[in-house]
Write a protein that binds this ligand. Sequence first.
Ligand SMILES: Cc1cc2nc3c(=O)[nH]c(=O)nc-3n(C[C@H](O)[C@H](O)[C@H](O)COP(=O)(O)OP(=O)(O)OC[C@H]3O[C@@H](n4cnc5c(N)ncnc54)[C@H](O)[C@@H]3O)c2cc1C
Length: 315
Amino acid sequence: MIDSTRSSLVGGLDLDIEFDAPIGALTWFGIGGHAPMLVRPRSEDALATLLSRCHQTEVPVRILGGGANLLVDDSGIEGLVIKLDHDCFTSRKYNREGEVDRALVAAGSDLFQLVNETARHGLDGVSQLAGVPGTLGGAIRMNAGGNFGDTGQVIESISMLDMTGRRLELNRDELTFDYRQSSVPNGIVCSAILQLEPTDPVKVRNKVREIFAKKKASQPMADNSAGCAFRNPVIDGQRVSAGQLIDEAGLKELNVGGATVSPRHANFISTTPQATARDVMKLMTMVQTRVHEHCGASLQPEVVIWSDDPEAPRP
Ligand SMILES: Cc1cc2nc3c(=O)[nH]c(=O)nc-3n(C[C@H](O)[C@H](O)[C@H](O)COP(=O)(O)OP(=O)(O)OC[C@H]3O[C@@H](n4cnc5c(N)ncnc54)[C@H](O)[C@@H]3O)c2cc1C
């Protein structure tokens, strides 16, 4: 990106900029390349103007949450990456109305903090997200969750900007949340109103501890990964565990370079600091091929891959 384009995009706006930013290093995999610009807006107005300018000049924009479900290609990506980590994008406000508590939660809020803080306040509603890393914005986009529930079930409304910088307010009945996906339009979620339930704080804390312990017992939480690499496929009308299919195909510990199918949980791909994003992509392709050969199932990636390279060995 040439200097005059850079300054026409960000000139006069309240934001922080990093040039040639190591985006891959900001993900939970901790691998992958750079982007020409990483922008951290200090206000929603600055973000809206930035999106509008990028739209007008056709500069690609991507939004990075906590990077917990993301693989960035080794060669990096074009355009601009936005991260919502200034105060106005990480705030949380609680409001009691009769028996229902609503929380206005900014999209850059860390999920661990949100889960622990609501438990401390004796509010249930997000305990199902105990142990899920990332931000609320990423969790809404992915409808993150698992056996204990998902993100969509607690959303009353969202406030967002579309890719032209236009504000949208969407209520629950205008959104759908399905298995690891949402109908949230293309754009950036800025905040959400969550509908929480007042409960005994000890009860919520115990529930959070129990869910976290179950996750920790079955998943390699301390490894560099993006959680589940593949979506659980539907076979004969039933959603089947991708991890079980990978395990049954005998693929635990299969590796390419520094990327390995976890021996703890076969749907996790763990990486060493020496791994490349291409190692992960090649391993994912091998897993898809071998599982298909073994049982006929087609695995689709759950991990979001950022790559501008049409030659990349995309799973
Ligand atoms: C150890 C581990 C365990 C995990 N366990 C689970 C689990 O149990 N259940 C589960 O569902 N997932 C799990 N994951 C995956 C991950 O935690 C979730 O997908 C999470 O919601 C990702 O949030 P994020 O903020 O990190 O998003 P990112 O990884 O940064 O981004 C994911 C997608 O969301 C988009 N996005 C991010 N922020 C916004 C925003 N504000 N507005 C619009 N779009 C946005 C990004 O552009 C990208 O397309 C796990 C991951 C790890 C590493």
